[in-house]
Design a protein around this ligand. Sequence first.
Ligand code: 13P
Length: 280
Amino acid sequence: MLTTLSTLLETAKQEKRAVGAFNVYNLETILAVVEAANRLKSPVIISFGEGYFSHAPVEAIAAIVKEICTPLAIQVVLHLDHAKELKSIARAIRAGFTSVMYDGSALPLCENIKNTKHIVEYAHAVGVSVEGELGYMNNEDGTFEEGLDLEKGYTSVQDAAEYVASTGIDALAVAIGNAHGIYKGKPTLDFVQLGKIGQAVPVPIVLHGCSGIPDDYLRKAVSLGVSKINVNTEISTGAVLSARKFLAQNTAKDLRFETVLMDARHSMSATVERFIKLLS
Ligand code: 13P
């Protein structure tokens, strides 16, 4: 069944566990996530980013997820990831998304607050949850803007408390050394800062950029208030790796695309399953 982010994360926060939010872009990725969650009888967040609107119409993603997930016993959130445009949020909500993320993290605090508040009023009026972000990370595709210093973008405790209280958001995404894409070496997460933010805000905390973060770091983050773990790169690059191996082993001229897709789907589903097991 479909549910909202606030419903799912409230329980997760109380039980000190996290729910995985996995990025999808087409039917295969959706099936890979749903199959893993359903196998483990686990709640799950299906995340579709504004940056992927060129890959598939948001309405088509919503229609597929609703068709597949409505009859299921597990709780599924259909979430819009990293939306910077109000029109994307309106489109996703009209299509049936149950949760949206407004990403105003690159804006000055007062502007981020003003925009987020407006989106919260708009979304809450129709029963849709809102995730906001504070602090500055790299781009969602894993690239870095010239001269970006991750440490300078860490979420401030004081700003986080003000942002959450003034906007009414349901979940807060933070920057504490996490980054989208592949980490160069072992990531450095500021757990002291995370703990302080966790104490200062009443809402569940979201950690983006969880591909490549060691398991014990993720467990520690959950113990400090993180209730939503975002994963994209590890699923995507894992599928490519698997497809490469599959193609190397299956050199027949008449090898069919759907056969390769099925291999990639199994690989993605296994990665999702690993994260769900780690978090529950
Ligand atoms: P990764 O691509 O690093 O897993 O991050 C995903 C994410 O945070 C999506 O919002």
